[in-house]
Unconditional design. Sequence first.
Length: 202
Amino acid sequence: MIKIERFIGGSLKSNGYIVYEHQGGKCFIIDPGYEGEKFLKRISELKLSLEGIILTHHHYDHIGGVAKIQSVNNCKVYIHRMDSERIKFKNLVLLESGTELTLETEKFKIIHTPGHTMGGICIYNETNRTVFTGDTLFLDDIGRTDLADGDGWLMRDTMVDIIDKWDNDIVIYPGHGDGGTMKKVREINEEFKFALTLPKKS
């Protein structure tokens, strides 16, 4: 089973995460948007070995701590290829939908979920039945699509063709706000429910 530690930073209160199996083992950082030193401090306290940073998308409030972390640990940075040209970090590894990243005995499957950005991803761990959803899906909202490379119709397709197929017991860990089960999403997330009513773009 993976352990998940959440860090909230910046004026936008972005969520970043450290995921690992046990103290003294290996870890991934997901979306270190602010204060990279906080992630480094916690990794040091737990005596973890950083395998890499996984970015759900390219927006600054999710990548702002990467440079600080890489200045201390020259780790890999994983991002979907369609978002990769908007960032400039060392040791980039380009992801595709279906890519699996391994962390000791755990696997994290990459799911391409465009809409908020063209290369937005979610990260699924089967053991814990958890998905790190970035800014694609929140507990009570979905990601905005009015920024430079957002697309409302792609977001609709992501909601209908991918996320609505997730079982109720799946727990989401979003890029902002608290997480919860897909059952809860289906109960309170009006934007998600509205997206499901939209016809496919002709």
